[in-house]
Write a protein that binds this ligand. Structure first.
Ligand code: KG4
Ligand code: ZN
Length: 381
């Protein structure tokens, strides 16, 4: 096996990250500078602020990644950077910096698709655990704040290829978590706080009819058009359903009170949230999480069955969710399907996944030309 030390750089959204990974399987360092505190007051990522923060953080983050890995710049074999998808201005910071560094060091630069990175976060950790034999066909659910995609992944020698068989038609799953949390004055990002509050509510209290989270295309079933079956998602309906529930049950004033009270606390803890949430809100949150988990698991397993896949991989920020993991493990086991997740740390954005995805490209010398640029809407497959 070709040994290579690759420095990965990621700046597609609100995390500035750098990592050194050996040969796509050993993480020597993994530094993530999160901008959450910057964006929190706005309830979502503000692109201009993200670019500014990346500019501020990138040099120290890369330096720290090298220091923690105990590697010098010269000892690197290649650099890898996220090309897209993501925020154009944010991507450009990582790309410009990587280009300059690669040029100065006279090292090859590898452009990586962020979504492929999320998939390789799992592959990296499976190799680390000694599991080198993932069975194909392999289905990957990439579920994050910006994406909800199903890919069939194939590997021919060192080249990976992907076929998209499902995507969200509107909001990404993580976006739905974030928007519902914002609507209920629970802060940003929404996923982690909704996950922590959910066990305190009744997940069966509020029912979200499946029609609210099914795209009309799916009504006739996946084979309706004679083309290869697709398993698309849709999460804007459930967000609207939560809004209707809030209006119908007159929760607005208690939301405003919560917003006021929590804004007075610098770093609210779970107890602070609980003290400011009534039963109805906790039930709503728990029911929302349950509906999201059930839809993601149900559609993914339907796709797995249709395409007779041999292994399943779930990755991206929302894959950090324990309820989602448990439901996947339980339901996939029933079908005899092995399912792999990244560690919580590698679920959300990081650069180890970028360095890992770059390794097969390093072995095939798939290097980026110096004139390549950010692609905000870069597709995978
Ligand atoms: O992968 P990621 O860090 O960034 C993107 O590429 O989008 O994912 C961030 C998203 C956010 O929407 C966040 O709310 C969601 O992942 N998320 C979660 C959890 N942790 C993060 N969603 C549900 N449960 C969680 N524990
Ligand atoms: Zn991501």
């Amino acid at each position: 096996m070709l040994e290579a030390y690759i420095l990965g750089i990621e700046s597609s959204c609100d995390e500035t990250a750098a990592a050194v990974v050996r040969s796509g399987e050993q993480v020597l360092s993994n530094v993530v500078y999160s901008q959450i505190a910057t964006h929190q007051p706005y309830g979502g990522v503000v692109p201009e602020l993200a670019s500014r923060e990346h500019l501020r953080a990138i040099v120290p983050v890369v330096r720290t990644a090298l220091a923690e890995a105990g590697r010098s710049y010269q000892s690197l074999d290649a650099l890898a950077v996220t090309q897209g998808p993501g925020l154009a201005g944010a991507l450009l910071v990582g790309i410009s910096y990587s280009k300059a560094l690669a040029y100065a060091l006279d090292k090859p630069l590898i452009a990586v698709n962020h979504l492929e990175g999320h998939i390789h976060a799992v592959l990296l950790e499976e190799r680390q655990k000694g599991n080198r034999e993932l069975r194909f066909p392999l289905l990957a659910l990439v579920v994050s704040g910006g994406h909800t995609h199903l890919y069939l992944a194939a590997q021919r020698e060192d080249t990976w290829s992907y076929t998209n068989i499902g995507r969200t038609r509107d909001d990404a799953a993580g976006e739905a978590f974030d928007k519902v949390a914002k609507l209920l004055a629970l802060g940003y990002p929404g996923g982690p706080i909704i996950e922590r509050l959910s066990p305190h509510g009744n997940p069966r209290a509020v029912s979200f009819p499946p029609a609210q989270i099914k795209h009309p295309d799916r009504k006739e079933g996946p084979r309706s058009k004679g083309s290869p079956p697709r398993f698309d998602f849709s999460y804007s309906g459930i967000k609207t359903a939560v809004l209707r529930y809030v209006e119908g049950h007159r929760l607005e004033s208690s939301i405003e009170a919560r917003r006021r009270n929590l804004s007075l606390i610098e770093r609210p803890k779970l107890e602070d949230y609980l003290a400011n949430c009534d039963r109805q809100t906790l039930d709503l949150v728990a029911s929302f999480e349950r509906a999201m988990v059930e839809d993601l698991v149900e559609k993914t397993l339907a796709a797995a069955e249709e395409y007779a896949v041999a292994s399943l991989l779930v990755t991206g920020g929302v894959a950090a969710n324990q309820a989602l993991r448990q439901q996947f493990i339980k339901d996939a086991a029933r079908e005899g399907l092995p399912v792999c997740f990244p560690s919580r740390q590698l679920s959300t954005d990081n650069a180890a996944m970028i360095a890992a995805a770059a390794y097969p490209k390093f072995t095939t010398r798939d290097f980026a030309p110096l004139e390549f640029s950010a692609e905000a809407a870069l597709a995978l497959a």
